[in-house]
Design a protein around this ligand. Structure first.
Ligand code: ZN
Length: 285
């Protein structure tokens, strides 16, 4: 599933193009994962001006100039892709959004607006993703339910997030969106590897030094992954339809049975909290 770096990549690409644009039309091709449903969804979006596109955890927030927003969660396999005017809808497409008044491509710095409409396709093979139009009050509530944003929090704040509940395993704490926001299965494994901590370690067993090390790697790994435009496991592509480059930098995720890049020991895979979990039994303690 797209995690913080993937969603952040999509956010940047869409925001660069669509901040200031207006929704001219929404073609809803497949109903069921939008709110309000059907025609109401289309009608509540028509004419809305996008002030900017933000991200909270793995949620995209299209902020409208009237204080409301469209929230988008891509879940397992959702995609948002900028397409040309001659785009032909495909099997798993849910909706096509047509924006006017977008910044002129390909130079966003010029801030010129374009008369050419910009199209964004929302597609989702596994259909877990959703879009929801929300008013200001509801938006505040939704955003408030998430924990610390790792790239915007201090190292100390993240250290505090790794203390309780004491019996909780470190990987579970990392993936709890109400604790730290935006980390999923892939980056949790990578963070634990780089911090040299076993994902099964309980929070109470970590030293202050361990916690600091994990906090540092949270920021480092996520920053690197954003720079690489994410990881293309699970068929992720960015808003330009391109794969992310962080996949080549993965050290444990998806490498079960292969030699550790540091010590050569074979990477192990176990189940932890119903998720495939990868680690080096020698480097991580
Ligand atoms: Zn190793």
């Amino acid at each position: 599933m797209p995690e913080l770096p993937e969603v952040e990549t999509i956010r940047r690409q869409l925001n660069q193009k669509l901040a200031g644009a207006r929704i001219a039309q929404v073609d809803l091709l497949r109903t069921g994962r939008e709110s309000p449903k059907g025609k109401k969804f289309v009608e509540s979006l028509r004419g809305k001006k996008i002030e900017r596109i933000e991200r909270r955890a793995k949620l995209l927030v299209w902020r409208f100039s009237d204080g409301g927003a469209l929230t988008t969660h891509l879940k397992m396999s959702g995609r948002l892709i900028l397409v040309g005017h001659n785009y032909q809808p495909q099997k798993h497409d849910r909706a096509i959004f047509i924006f006017v008044g977008a910044r002129h491509p390909p130079s966003p710095r010029l801030r010129r607006t374009s008369a050419v409409p910009v199209r964004v396709v929302w597609s989702d093979v596994r259909q877990f993703g959703y879009m929801k139009v929300v008013a200001k009050d509801e938006l505040v509530k939704i955003l408030g339910a998430y924990g610390s944003e790792p790239l915007e929090s201090s190292e100390q704040e993240l250290v505090e997030r790794l203390k309780s509940p004491k019996t909780r395993k470190i990987k579970v704490a990392l993936m709890d969106q109400t604790n730290i926001a935006g980390i999923g299965n892939i980056y949790a494994d990578e963070i634990c590897f780089r911090a040299k901590i076993l994902p099964t370690r309980r929070l109470a067993s970590l030293s202050e030094q361990d916690r600091r090390q994990v906090a540092r790697e949270i920021k480092k790994v996520l920053r690197e992954a954003v720079q690489a435009r994410g990881t293309s496991a699970d068929a992720y592509v960015d808003a330009r339809g391109k794969a992310g480059a962080f996949e080549k930098k993965l050290r444990v995720y998806g490498r079960a049975g292969k030699p550790c890049v540091v010590c050569g020991t074979l990477i192990k895979k176990i189940r932890l909290a119903q998720r495939g979990t990868h680690f080096c039994p020698k480097c991580q303690t």
